[in-house]
Design a protein around this ligand. Sequence first.
Ligand code: PXP
Length: 247
Amino acid sequence: MKTKRVRLGVNLDHIAFIKKSRDTLYPSLADAVKVTEDAGADLITIHLREDRRHMQDADAFEVRECAKVLNFEMAHTPEMVDFALKLKPDFCCIVPEKREEKTTEGGLNLKDLNALDLDLFRTNIGRLREAGIKTSLFIDPDKESVKLSKELGAELIELHTGDYANKFNSIDEFDALGDLSMASSYANDLNLLVNAGHGLNAENLAQICEIPYIQELNIGHSIISQAIFTGLNDAIEKIISIINNCD
Ligand code: PXP
């Protein structure tokens, strides 16, 4: 396989959701990790939500045991920071979380945080760094959020691509791509590594792969949806071939 310019993280939350829906031991997350890695994905991503609607604590530890590289998405709460310090993922991605949302609907609203909240972010990012965990902040593609991420000590950002995905194939698509491109270049100027994700699929992915400095994509829902029909291996290989064709 040729080296990919853009790495792929596969989010396995929807497999945990099927397991949780019946409280069964299957489908096995360890098996899902193996198939995902064998298919060529670069890392495994999981999101332990505060309401435990899909991943459970035990699932997270099972995935940690077998994943070569783990990206742990979490809300910025004392419970989750403590959990991350026990889990020891390679990366933590801090995301906003609302109980009533279907999925993470936007980036972190760093601009409206008060000095105390900003300090707490700084402290927790530092605690994670001391434990050998690199922190990424999930933000909307705007300059101020990128700048604040740098000031808070994040080593990476993940740009929320949901707005682009919603505007794909509409007159506003290019504006959304422009915002992502601007945020990515600005982050690179500040020496931040740039990831992106949310709402990406086989149709809308190619344009994102062309954006300079994006080094990793995290994709979940569309891959697991495709896997229902053609299997997890095939679904991941299809996404990797799109990424590789963009090189
Ligand atoms: N990246 C982050 C930070 C997310 O919160 C999510 C959704 O859980 C994703 C990527 C993946 O989004 P999707 O499931 O729409 O591919």
